[in-house]
Design a protein around this ligand. Structure first.
Ligand SMILES: NCc1[nH]cc(CCC(=O)O)c1CC(=O)O
Length: 323
């Protein structure tokens, strides 16, 4: 099949537009004859910013409208921050391509403190990610972790207004928006193990568009793909709920090896179950599954049972934006 024209469906936040434009530029460079355009859309997730998104549909809310555009042919592909893509894709869709990964670490932004260790008892750290919250509480129990919502610019504005002493964000999002200078320090994986897919971009297509799969193949990054497969296998095996503090971080090496670290925690940081294992890039899914099994056997099953119980306390309305 030949392609004269490709349409990229995208949300209209600054981060989403940057990501779509990044893929647009790569496709234009690969296929100079082709017209590659963006179709900007507002999703339900963008509209409902003041309510508990996990209750009205979770991460899927941000992709539904884009998927409708793919389904009825208004667009050919959608570009996502991989960590926002649900581990189980909606029927009829698939991730075709995972692009090279930027810095996967979390970053501390503060107008006062150079790092978390320098913050005094009671200092306020903003994050709405249960994954970040539980790890900060475990390592720095004297800090006061408070919810923080909104897109990147909104969150930085709240910090600058003095509502927080520091906030934690993904380094990749900040650098994509030209805000890398605001990073005071990067959090090492020992202090804040990243979320599955953090820092990577994924292209979503309709499952029947194998023509596009082939067309995008040159954009695919082998290491990032293996890492994402392993990390997402952990999330999938553990239920992928955004009510559960869960981190999964894989690193491929040049010899085809793949190391994977993952953790499941209680939101208050009083329990953190950690597993690390090494495997092979070409067996990434199995490595993720093995790590998930080891987590479950090591105490994660109890944590999941507590957090997924029907009467579990809602920690503070976790925000898919928070990841
Ligand atoms: N839902 C928010 C979101 N989705 C992707 C990123 C950052 C970029 C990335 O991790 O790829 C962020 C912001 C954040 O977590 O601070």
């Amino acid at each position: 099949m030949t392609h004269d024209r490709l349409i990229i469906a995208t949300r209209e936040s600054r981060l989403a537009l940057w990501q779509a434009e990044h893929v647009q530029a790569k496709l234009r460079a690969l296929y100079p004859q082709m017209s590659v355009e963006l179709l900007g859309m507002t999703t339900r997730g963008d509209q409902i910013l003041d309510r508990t998104l996990s209750k009205v549909g979770g991460k899927g809310l941000f992709v539904k409208e884009l998927e409708n555009a793919l389904m009825d042919g208004r667009a050919d592909l959608a570009v996502h921050s991989l960590k926002d893509v649900p581990v189980d894709m909606a029927d009829g869709f698939r991730l075709s391509t995972i692009l090279s990964r930027e810095d996967p670490r979390d970053a501390l932004v503060s107008n006062t403190y150079p790092n978390l260790a320098a913050m005094p008892p009671g200092a306020v750290v903003g994050t709405s990610s249960l994954r970040r919250e539980s790890q900060i509480r475990a390592r720095f129990p004297h800090l006061n972790v408070q919810p923080l919502r909104g897109n990147l610019d909104t969150r930085l504005a709240k910090l600058d207004r003095g509502n927080y002493d520091a906030i934690v964000l993904a380094a990749a999002g900040l650098s994509r928006l030209g805000l890398g200078a605001r990073i005071r320090c990067l959090l090492e994986p020992e202090d804040s193990l990243p979320s599955a897919g953090q820092g990577a971009l994924g292209i979503e297509i309709r499952a029947d568009r194998s023509d596009l799969q082939a067309l995008f193949a040159p954009l695919s990054d082998t290491a990032a793909t293996a890492e994402a497969i392993a990390e997402r296998a952990v999330s999938r095996a553990l239920g992928g709920s955004c009510q559960v503090p869960l981190a999964a971080f894989a690193q491929a090496d040049l010899d085809g090896g793949l190391s994977l670290r993952a953790l499941v925690a209680l939101p208050d940081g009083s329990r953190v179950i950690r597993v690390a294992r090494a495997g092979r890039m070409d067996d990434a899914e199995a490595l993720g599954q093995a790590v998930a099994d080891e987590l479950l056997a090591g105490g994660a099953a109890e944590i999941l049972a507590v957090l997924n119980a029907p009467d579990a306390p809602d920690p503070h309305a976790p925000d898919p934006h928070g990841e």
